[in-house]
Each structure stands twice: as structure tokens, then as C-alpha cells.
Design a binder for this molecule. Structure first.
Ligand SMILES: O=c1nc[nH]c2c1ncn2[C@H]1C[C@H](O)[C@@H](COP(=O)(O)OP(=O)(O)OP(=O)(O)O)O1
Ligand SMILES: [Mg+2]
Length: 198
């Protein structure tokens, strides 16, 4: 029987990316939703704090090890906005169209290098709610914010995130390619390399 691991997220886009990335990591994956775990209160002041809060909350509710992802889009010219508040930038949690509209409005008039941004992802794996040594890994994906959305894939800010090497938005990429090069894919690769530490 493989050990169970709770995926401490309610974001369907993240789940769709995390599941294949963890498929052969030696865990039986179960989502917090399947176990009736409510969303944690994300009142940390950094990605790391929020990822720990979410993983700890799921561990405490289930008694199982848990993995959480806290991530967001960081725009240098906006002093790091939307950053920690990426999921609720326009006010309503998870309203991607409204979040994108707010972002494009805030970036009106910015050109060229001023449109630089990166996705940041912190993934935390905790063995139990009082684990003093959670595994913490990070990934970063640089790109540019376009002036209008392009593409149907992915989730969140993907339609306005241009990946310069591909000349495509993240929403135009094949999901397997996004998973190889994205902030989340890089964080998961770092996690897998360190699973033996547990
Ligand atoms: O690959 C990505 N492609 C596009 N947008 C992304 C990505 N990765 C994070 N993002 C943006 C949108 C998301 O809504 C927010 C994360 O906010 P974040 O609090 O970590 O997640 P969430 O509230 O959606 O789900 P949960 O906390 O249950 O994991 O950043
Ligand atoms: Mg969240």
C-alpha cells in the first residue's frame, strides 16, 4: 500500500498539473476536497508562510501528510503585485477574468521591459501538523505580461503570460511542456530530488 498524500489545494488548475507531476513519486494522492477539508485561512505575508499554513491545516484535519502550493504572478513594475494576492486581485477569489482585467488596467502604458513578470511557486510537504522540518521548495518562471489574453489552456493568468523562449502564452502551451518549464514544474522537480530526506 503506497503512503497517502493529501493535496492541500482547491484550485482545479493546480490539481491538474500536480497530479501528473506526482504520479510516480510513490504516494497515493487524495485531494483535500475528497476528504471534506475546508480551505485554510491564507493570512501569511509570504508565499512560504501561506504554503505552510495550507499544508499544516490539511495535516491537522486529516492526520495524513500533506502537500500545499502557494503561488502567484509577480510584476516588478508594480512592486511585486499581484504577488501574494494573485488569486483575489480583483476582489473575488478565483475570478481569473476579473483578475486579468485588473492587472491589464494597472499595467496600461507600460511597455517592453516594464512588462516583465515572473510566476513564483512554493511547495511545502509536511509529514504531520507539527512537523518541525517541512520540505520547502521553490520555482520561478520568467516572462512578460501581454496586453491582451491569448490561448485556452492552463488557468489563472496563463492567457496573458508570454513565455519568451516559446513565443506563446502559458495558455497556448501543451500541458506537458508547461509542466516541464513552469514555476510549479521546477518546484516539483526540486521536491522529488529531496523526497529521500523524509
Ligand atoms: O501556473 C499558473 N498559471 C497561471 N496563474 C497562476 C499559476 N500559478 C499560480 N497562478 C495564479 C493564479 C492563482 O489563483 C494564484 C494562486 O493563488 P493561491 O492562493 O496559491 O492558490 P488558490 O487560492 O487558487 O488555490 P489554493 O490556495 O487552494 O491552492 O496565482
Ligand atoms: Mg489560495
Amino acid at each position: 500500500m503506497p503512503r497517502q498524500l493529501v493535496l492541500a489545494t482547491s484550485n482545479k488548475g493546480k490539481l491538474a498539473e500536480l497530479q501528473p507531476l506526482l504520479a510516480d513519486a510513490g504516494y497515493a494522492l487524495v485531494t483535500q476536497g475528497e476528504l471534506g477539508v475546508e480551505d485554510a485561512v491564507e493570512d501569511g505575508l509570504s508565499f512560504i508562510e501561506n504554503a505552510i499554513l495550507k499544508a499544516r491545516h490539511a495535516c491537522a484535519a486529516t492526520g495524513l501528510p500533506a502537500l500545499a502550493d502557494d503561488s502567484g504572478l509577480v510584476v516588478d513594475a508594480l512592486d511585486g503585485e499581484p504577488g501574494l494576492y494573485s488569486a483575489r486581485y480583483a476582489g473575488v477569489h478565483g475570478d481569473s477574468a476579473a483578475n486579468i482585467a485588473r492587472l491589464l488596467e494597472r499595467m496600461q502604458g507600460l511597455e517592453g521591459e516594464q512588462r516583465r513578470a515572473h510566476f513564483h511557486c512554493v511547495i511545502v510537504l509536511m509529514r504531520h501538523a507539527r512537523d518541525p522540518q517541512p520540505l520547502v521548495v521553490e520555482g520561478r518562471w520568467p516572462g512578460y505580461v501581454l496586453e491582451a489574453p491569448r490561448g485556452e489552456g492552463g488557468f489563472g493568468y496563463d492567457p496573458v503570460f508570454l513565455v519568451p523562449e516559446q513565443q506563446h502564452t502559458a495558455a497556448e502551451l501543451d500541458p506537458a511542456l508547461k509542466n516541464r518549464i513552469s514555476h510549479r514544474g521546477l518546484a516539483l522537480a526540486a521536491l522529488r530530488a529531496r523526497l529521500h530526506e523524509l
